[in-house]
Design a binder for this molecule. Structure first.
Ligand SMILES: NC(=O)C1=CN([C@@H]2O[C@H](COP(=O)(O)OP(=O)(O)OC[C@H]3O[C@@H](n4cnc5c(N)ncnc54)[C@H](O)[C@@H]3O)[C@@H](O)[C@H]2O)C=CC1
Ligand SMILES: O=C([O-])CC(=O)C(=O)O
Length: 258
């Protein structure tokens, strides 16, 4: 696993029987404390080239810088990398480096559905041609704290649900790296970073992280609305995002994949 914050810890807690966390890759500053916390069962490292052996799966729960720093090295080794920090892929140069590393090394980049649902249907719909995809995220003020939303709206005094950002998925994911990865996931599953229209809301009446997708195309039309519980240790991050990583780990064991 790369990263061990709110999401990584939840994933570790929920790992299915039969899957073990052998290595954790973290910034140097977090290495010794985390190693002391985890004891001997997991080795805490600072770079992929310190990992020996062959993992069945590498999962990234580390934010954009973690994917940018370690992604290539994982894929070059021919390993599968399941990622949640999908917004990092708005950086075309990084995206290309990861694709090249996967092609030359034989690895696979698996973009997880994260906090949202319906990416299977959206990607299927794309095969027939999509005409419009919109995505809206709605979170409580505390979930936007410490993000650039603070420059766009006064989170302390907002009394009604308010849109503070409207733009492309690419711009949303770049500007809100801890809050709008789903915008990039919807874009990569559907109409792309520029044509996917995004609205970000702050809602003082909600405790949920809500996601709404509307897709129109030759297949017809669908709407998905998902009201997720945030993790206790990070209100920016939905529990479902962690569960999507757990699911990827469980798929290592199951003979049937859905
Ligand atoms: N796809 C999705 O639906 C979602 C994706 N995310 C992404 O997941 C990331 C992780 O979420 P949380 O665990 O809640 O965040 P967090 O801030 O609690 O934890 C981040 C962890 O990554 C580590 N880290 C930072 N830089 C690193 C590096 N260069 N190398 C290795 N580790 C590094 C930190 O030490 C920390 O352990 C978010 O930053 C966000 O980008 C979050 C929510 C939903
Ligand atoms: O966890 C969520 O609800 C969504 C999120 O933070 C993201 O898209 O980055």
């Amino acid at each position: 696993m790369i990263g061990y914050g709110a999401m990584g810890r939840e994933v570790h807690r929920l790992l299915p029987d039969g899957v073990t966390l052998d290595w954790l890759v973290l910034p140097e500053a977090a290495q010794s404390d985390t190693q002391a916390e985890l004891g001997n069962t997991t080795r805490v490292l600072t770079a992929i080239d310190q990992c020996s052996g062959q993992p069945d799966l590498v999962v990234e729960c580390a934010g954009h810088p973690g994917l940018a720093q370690h992604g290539e090295a994982v894929l070059q080794r021919g390993w599968t990398l399941a990622v949640v920090s999908v917004g990092a892929l708005t950086d075309n140069a990084l995206y290309q480096r990861l694709v090249d590393a996967a092609r030359t090394g034989g690895g696979r980049l698996h973009i997880l559905s994260g906090a949202v649902a319906g990416m299977d249907g959206l990607a299927s719909a794309r095969e027939g041609g999509l005409t419009a995809v919109t995505y809206e995220a709605r979170k409580a003020p505390r979930s936007w704290k410490g993000s650039p939303a603070e420059d766009l709206i006064d989170l302390a005094t907002v009394t009604e649900p308010t849109v503070f950002f409207e733009g492309s998925a690419g711009e949303a994911a770049r500007r809100f790296p801890a809050n709008a990865n789903v915008a990039a996931t919807v874009a990569l599953s559907g109409l792309g970073m520029e044509k996917t229209q995004v609205k970000l809301w702050v809602d003082p009446h909600t405790e949920r992280n809500s996601h709404r997708i509307h897709a129109v195309g030759r297949f017809g039309e669908f709407r998905v609305e998902l009201n997720g519980r945030p993790l206790d240790n990070n209100p920016k991050t939905s529990m479902l995002a962690a569960l999507s990583v757990v699911r990827a780990c469980r798929q290592l064991l199951d003979p049937v994949v859905i």
